[in-house]
Design a protein around this ligand. Structure first.
Ligand SMILES: [Zn+2]
Length: 156
């Protein structure tokens, strides 16, 4: 462990679970939330959702790396490629006005899950994404299902 790591020693990593197809404790990420998986990355509907950007997606490397500092470039390339596919699918499926990506490192960088991940958000006119983080809420799997089903079909 180096000084850039913040995961506790006994960390039960939720995104390693997702990549391995293992359910997280409810209502957090379930295998049915996954929309895209290949040998490098897994993409899924995030359990934490912002009020005006429903159906936003997280993309994670299938191997545990805590942050961008140590992410091998091959995984970075795969995450970027997946983000483009998800962004195009958002345009087709959600009909959004734009797409934004966000990636956070360390607590002061806004990270709160200790497995490197990229957020991909559908954006809408005046959606105030960056002002409404305090209104983020944890959704139930049933609420995520329609988004996951449509994106899975689009990305198949
Ligand atoms: Zn992990």
């Amino acid at each position: 462990m180096n000084s850039f790591h913040h995961a506790p020693e006994d960390y039960d990593c939720p995104f390693c679970r997702v990549a391995a197809g293992v359910p997280c404790p409810l209502p957090h990420t379930q295998p049915g939330d996954v929309i895209l998986q290949n040998e490098w990355v897994t993409a899924f509907i995030a359990s934490g959702q912002w009020p005006n950007n429903p159906g936003h997606v997280l993309i994670v490397p299938n191997v545990h790396f805590e942050n961008l500092y140590e992410l091998p470039l091959e995984y970075g390339t795969a995450i970027h490629a997946a983000s483009r596919r998800v962004a195009v699918a958002f345009k087709d499926i959600y009909g959004c006005d734009g797409v934004s990506t966000r990636q956070h490192n360390e607590p002061d960088g806004g990270q709160d899950v200790w497995h490197c991940h990229l957020h991909v958000f559908p954006r809408y006119t005046d959606d105030r994404l960056y002002d409404l983080t305090a209104q983020r809420r944890t959704t139930e799997p049933e609420e995520r299902q329609p988004y996951a089903a449509r994106l899975r079909e689009a990305l198949a």
